[in-house]
Write a protein that binds this ligand. Structure first.
Ligand SMILES: Cc1cc2nc3c(=O)[nH]c(=O)nc-3n(C[C@H](O)[C@H](O)[C@H](O)COP(=O)(O)O)c2cc1C
Length: 181
């Protein structure tokens, strides 16, 4: 089962990268096929919905192969980063009937909950099924040691719980709505 992990900010110095790498390692450890998809590699100067630009073609090839997605995103001004929105808007119907697990990041105490709520609505508009079990990383600046290792072991359990629900929902959706493409 192929479940890519999307890193939702291109900001220089982004702390969400450590979170995305942590989640990505756990997806691999769970025996799933995965890949880190970095919005930095899909940047555009303006929104494009032609599905013709190389960024759209590259993303479509991965998205159509996927059974579900994980999006790791920081909260910027109570929503999620603009480059993540432009990335998601590259495609539309290709997202339909895919479950998505959301991971929020912030340096404040709430872990990006407002960003995740906003992202949840966008995922619904794209025909995806955002799952309940989101994971939040508040105070991200304190969560990793010098070597980039997570300090609080309980996050492994939280991410694995999300993965369990995500893969079960991917299987259920796949059997209810067999893919034609
Ligand atoms: C433009 C911008 C807006 C931000 N807005 C919020 C916010 O609304 N709430 C919040 O908790 N943190 C906010 N932050 C701080 C982020 O929590 C912080 O950058 C954190 O390290 C996670 O994002 P990063 O991956 O960019 O590092 C904001 C940061 C930026 C760059």
């Amino acid at each position: 089962m192929y479940i890519p992990v999307i890193l939702g900010t291109a900001r220089e110095g982004r702390r969400s990268e450590k979170v995305a790498n942590f989640v990505f390692d756990l997806v691999k450890k769970a025996g799933l096929d995965t890949e880190l998809v970095d919005v930095r590699d899909y940047r555009l100067v303006a929104t494009d919905n032609t599905e013709e630009v190389p960024q759209a073609k590259k993303w479509e090839e991965k998205l159509l192969r996927s059974e579900g997605l994980i999006i790791v995103s920081p909260e910027y001004n109570h929503t999620y980063p603009g480059e993540l929105k432009m990335f998601l808007d590259l495609l539309y119907k290709q997202y339909f009937k895919r479950p998505v697990g959301l991971v929020g990041v912030s340096e404040g105490p709430w872990g990006g909950t407002r960003g995740v709520q906003a992202l949840r609505l966008t995922c619904l508009a794209l025909g995806m099924h955002p799952i309940l079990e989101a994971v939040y990383f508040p105070l991200v600046q304190d969560q990793f040691d010098e070597a980039g290792k997570i300090k609080d072991a309980s996050y492994e359990k939280k991410v694995n719980g999300m993965l369990k629900s995500l893969t079960a929902q991917a299987e259920a959706l796949r059997s209810l709505f067999p893919r034609t493409a």
